[in-house]
Ligand binder design. Structure first.
Ligand code: PNS
Length: 180
């Protein structure tokens, strides 16, 4: 039987800590779904569509990693996907209480789904999406803490520019015109 794991979260934005957990999960499970919460209450920096696009770009070379969105109860989504495992990252003791509550509540809601906690590499244990947004918005350097595409998108958000269009190579080039 192949194991499908679901790694849920807000991913606003995706950090290298998340990427590290996903890569570890991809080694342990046959497939891992990065399930991005569609949260109508919070006002995220990146829209759901932007977060999906970023994650797809980051994991484009890892076919066992799937990017999806969900709303409603996580356990309902996990059951719908016929998955067996929820993956959550544990960075520090401070994460434990909330994660413990969530894992036990999810277990009560559906006893057939297990939560597995994974530790990121040590250098990512202090990173959170919230800190990344705060540090970046105040002019701090986040290089190496988030994927390059996230850094780029953060810059675009701050400068108010729309993301550069990603056309296939050669698309839109006029016939006979030399490349600049
Ligand atoms: O990255 P986050 O914000 O810590 O992720 C939290 C998330 C998305 C895993 C959690 O809020 C969640 O599962 N929300 C879905 C609603 C739900 O099932 N709530 C009960 C959880 S016990």
């Amino acid at each position: 039987m192949s194991t499908l794991a679901v790694y849920p979260g807000s991913f606003d934005p995706l950090t290298n800590g998340h990427v590290d957990i996903i890569a570890r999960g991809a080694r342990l499970f046959d497939r891992i779904v990065v399930a991005i919460l569609v949260n109508a209450e919070k006002s995220p920096l990146f829209s759901t569509a932007e977060r999906v696009e970023i994650a797809r770009l980051v994991f484009k070379d890892m076919p066992s990693v799937e990017i999806d969105t969900f709303d409603g109860l996580l356990v309902d989504y996990v059951q719908r996907r016929d998955a067996q495992v929820i993956v959550r990252g544990l960075r520090a003791v401070s994460d434990f209480e909330f994660e413990f509550q969530m894992a036990l509540m999810n277990q009560r809601l559906n006893g057939r789904i297990d939560t597995i906690f994974m530790m990121p590499a040590e250098q990512y244990t202090y990173i959170s999406s919230r800190l990344i947004k705060e540090v970046f918005s105040l002019g701090g350097r986040v290089h190496g803490l988030v994927p390059d595409v996230v850094e780029q998108r953060l810059r675009e958000k701050v400068s108010g520019r729309p993301p550069a269009r990603r056309s296939p190579p050669g698309a839109g080039r006029k016939k006979g015109r030399k490349r600049a």
